[in-house]
Ligand binder design. Structure first.
Ligand code: SF4
Length: 360
């Protein structure tokens, strides 16, 4: 891929933030507060696999039907490549990640401390109170680890940055056709937020080449957890279609609202519960599908591809109803599951190709 954007590698970012005095926090998917970590001078670096890692040792600790995000990350965190990491945050996104946190806390002792963050599934006042308390507990644990005292002013400042970055993500994600980038370049940019300092991400956003995008064939809404391997986008383009919108956990499902709140912890809790409908927070079916139908219409998408990590339970719970809702609304729908392979298998490519062919 030749990208018109210069995005530093993870390695370069790690070297730089370390030079600047930050510690490195490895974060598992996917709802958490970057602002809280940065308020303690911890740079968050997200781990979505990584795809190139062999899951071998990870497999020993989990049932065979555990997704590869967890298996590979478990392996990766025990390798030499993870030695730069100072602490690990594992949000309770699903049972697999809860299991991973337990394995690291109770069985495999890593040199780094492992923090957890539990999410409420509902949206009652008691749920917000629960999450606010989770953030306070997490903050205290990080304070004990770093030896630093949290400045609420700094935390507000960091939350302000995140809110600005979210507004940029929102504007860019919902206007795919206005950026002269290939799908792969576009999503490489959106996903750079997984590891770039927030200011770098915002600077990059301002540099995106604007103008009518050269998008060929039907527009597709891409749903799922993470589009790995990224050559998925090249193949969709090669088969004659393009991705016009997404419902990806690593991208648009993390565009939070900006709550009006003066208490920093309440603000974090309100922000983190304001995400779009999402299987991992048990959004009611009707609410999620109404939202997706709106996204399909607003983006003029003509079909849905759910590209899923194999054995991802939260996504699978919604799948039959998701397919029914989209087909009833008249949109072709395909579900593809894949392990986090470095390249897409031939069988997957054939299925995507056939799906696109019927749209043309
Ligand atoms: S892919 Fe699914 S099951 Fe695996 S960690 Fe992510 S949400 Fe959990």
């Amino acid at each position: 891929m030749t990208t018109k954007l210069t995005i530093p590698t993870r390695k370069t970012v790690i070297e730089r933030v370390k030079r600047e005095g930050f510690q490195l926090g490895a974060v598992m998917p996917f709802h958490y507060s970057r602002a809280l970590l940065r308020a303690f001078d911890i740079h968050p670096m997200e781990i979505w696999g990584p795809p190139h890692v062999e899951p071998m040792d990870g497999r020993q600790h989990f049932p065979e039907y555990t997704c590869q995000v967890v298996q590979k990350a478990t392996r990766f965190l025990q390798t030499e490549q993870a030695h730069d990491i100072d602490c690990i945050l594992i949000p309770h996104t699903c049972d697999s990640l809860q299991g991973m946190a337990s394995v690291f806390i109770d069985f495999i002792k890593l040199p780094q401390p492992v923090f957890t963050l539990y999410h409420p599934r509902g949206r009652r006042p008691s749920d917000l109170e629960f999450l606010e308390n989770e953030f306070r507990v997490l903050s205290q644990k990080i304070a004990d680890f770093t030896g630093k005292t949290l400045s609420e002013e700094r935390l507000h400042h960091e939350i302000d940055f995140e809110e600005r970055a979210d507004r940029l993500m929102e504007r860019i994600s919902t206007n795919r056709g206005e950026y002269q980038l290939t799908d792969r370049e576009f999503y490489t940019f959106l996903r750079s937020r997984e590891f770039l300092p927030v200011q770098d991400f915002m600077n990059l956003a301002e540099e995106l080449p604007t103008g009518k995008a050269d998008l060929k064939g039907p527009g597709i809404l891409l749903s799922g957890i993470v589009p790995e391997p990224m050559d998925l986008f090249d193949h969709i383009n090669e088969f004659g279609a393009h991705v016009i919108a997404d419902d990806l956990a690593c991208c648009s499902r993390r565009i939070y609202k900006a709550p009006d709140e003066t208490d920093a912890f309440k603000r974090l809790a309100k922000q983190l519960t304001s995400m779009p409908p999402d299987p991992t927070i048990s959004t009611p079916y009707a609410e999620r599908f109404d939202y997706l139908i709106d996204r399909m219409k607003q983006s003029s998408s003509q079909a849905v591809i759910v590209f899923d990590v194999k054995f991802c339970e939260p996504e699978l719970f919604y799948l039959p109803m998701f397919e029914d809702a989209m087909r009833e609304a008249g949109w072709p729908f395909i579900y593809i599951e894949n392990e986090l392979t470095p390249e897409l298998p031939e069988q997957v490519l054939n299925r995507i190709n056939s799906f696109v062919e019927v749209l043309l």
